[in-house]
Design a protein around this ligand. Structure first.
Ligand SMILES: [Fe+2]
Ligand SMILES: [Fe+2]
Length: 455
């Protein structure tokens, strides 16, 4: 029996809200507290028999629990959505083993006027509550990845390890040799020459715990793909890829307290953060076997198209075209990545944002090329097909914007597909597998995009 029904989802929200209200007035043993909690734990346990984790939260003001959305909520669901929003909680993960005691403590924390997202997170930690977490975890390497992995996946992991090693060297006070990164770059460039669109899916892999490595590799890939789209020669592809991989390397020389600060930086802290561009250029220019124009691109990756940005002293300097390519790639990866203080922006919306800042912050010609490369349904977009399946776009089609390569991740009956296989939506031989009818928010469908991209 399917326990994660719309009705159960609604009841969960109503009982949670009822608990939040009653814990403020009554002790845990009082029936007004005990009863809703007992019913709530019963429903959650039923849901958790179907899957190990349940996700709920608020997206664009709409409460959701797994795939169920409450666009016109009743008053108690609306009250819960408002409460979560007011506390800065976008999403919650409830996992197997949750107890009524956990729920009581969680409801108590949410009932307090002074509770914020940060104090809620601390409270859960201090109370030792493991089965209720803020946010939605997205593991990088999900189940179903075959042992060998495909060649692009292996190249991705090699690049990740190379960037990790290089950062490790710098943190030990050594200047790393360029050979390590060059070997990875050679492989990546070879792939891009064969077909640069195969790399795009890899750049959608997000690892929030290892943001710096992951962001560096993604920017390296996106910059390389854009350079290949522009028809640049092999040497230029190599240097662009290297510049993308190393663009933020200067952050290794920035105080970790500033680098990892979850809140907005003060103006003094921001001034320190800005130094990463020149510190990065210093490191890269000291590395053997790396072309000087790579150091130049690292220096200028925050100089905007209209010559604002930083370092201020370098605004009038003439930069190689690859600097602007890295800036476009950097912008796209940064806005499509979930940070602790904001929801991830979906690929299509990210391209719209970039479109708005093209000609001012970013080079308009490059943004246009980037948009064309990503396609109408950019890689990483989840779509509903007209046969009711849900699929992930993994590769654009060079000619047919409406017909990218996809992986079906949820079948027409709503069941997750265990080993999604790639198929083309183009009308090969006159027959079309299916057509796209809409885009879908991956958060609501709880699809592990990373796992799909790597397989
Ligand atoms: Fe940067
Ligand atoms: Fe960056």
């Amino acid at each position: 029996m399917n326990e994660i029904t719309q009705q159960n989802a609604q009841r969960t929200a109503m009982l949670l809200m009822a608990s939040i209200k009653s814990v403020g007035f009554y002790p845990q043993a009082h029936p007004a507290v005990r009863q809703p909690l007992r019913e709530l734990i019963g429903i959650l346990e039923g849901m958790l028999r179907e899957k190990p984790e349940i996700h709920l939260g608020v997206v664009e003001g709409v409460f959701f629990l797994e795939g169920h959305l409450f666009v016109t909520p009743n008053s108690s669901v609306a009250e819960l959505a408002d409460r979560l929003t007011a506390k800065g909680v976008e999403a919650l993960t409830v996992s197997s083993g949750v107890t009524d005691n956990d729920l009581f403590r969680f409801a108590s924390l949410l009932s307090r006027r002074e509770t914020t997202r940060a104090t809620l997170a601390d409270g859960l930690e201090q109370e030792g509550i493991r089965a209720i977490r803020l946010g939605i975890d997205q593991p990088v390497y999900g189940n179903g990845c075959d042992e060998e992995g495909s060649i692009p996946s292996r190249t991705y992991l090699d690049a990740l390890n190379a960037v990790r090693d290089i950062i490790g060297e710098i943190e030990k006070g050594r200047i790393p040799c360029g050979k390590r990164i060059n070997a990875v770059v050679d492989n990546m460039v070879s792939l891009s020459i064969k077909d640069h669109t195969t790399l795009l899916g890899l750049a959608m892999i997000k690892d929030y715990d290892n943001y710096t490595f992951n962001h560096s590799v993604n920017v390296g890939i996106l910059a390389l793909a854009l350079a290949a789209e522009l028809g640049m020669d092999r040497e230029a592809l190599r240097d662009t890829n290297t510049a993308g991989l190393l663009h933020d390397i200067g952050k290794t020389r920035i105080d970790k307290r500033i680098l990892n600060k979850p809140a907005k930086l003060s103006s003094d802290e921001y001034e320190v953060m800005k130094q990463h561009a020149e510190k990065g250029a210093e490191i890269v220019s000291a590395m053997e076997d790396i072309h000087p124009r790579v150091a130049d691109a690292v220096l200028g990756h925050h100089i905007k198209f209209n010559r604002s940005g930083y370092p201020e002293w370098a605004r009038e300097r003439k930069f190689d075209g690859m600097t602007e390519i890295v800036a476009v790639a950097d912008c796209y990866d940064a806005i499509t990545t979930l940070r602790s203080y904001s929801m991830p922006i979906l690929p299509r919306a990210a391209l719209d944002i970039m479109h708005r800042i093209s000609g001012t912050a970013l080079n308009g010609y490059l943004v246009e090329k980037f948009e064309r490369m990503m396609g109408e349904y950019p890689v990483g977009t989840l779509v509903r097909l007209d046969n009711n399946e849900i699929a992930l776009v993994v590769r654009p089609h060079p000619m047919e914007n409406q017909a990218p390569a996809v992986k079906v991740v949820i079948d027409s009956r709503g069941n997750a597909v265990e080993k999604p296989r790639q198929l083309s939506l183009s009308a090969a031989g006159g027959t079309r597998y299916a057509s796209i009818v809409a885009t879908v928010d991956p958060l609501l469908k709880n699809v592990d995009l990373n796992s799909c991209m790597l397989n």
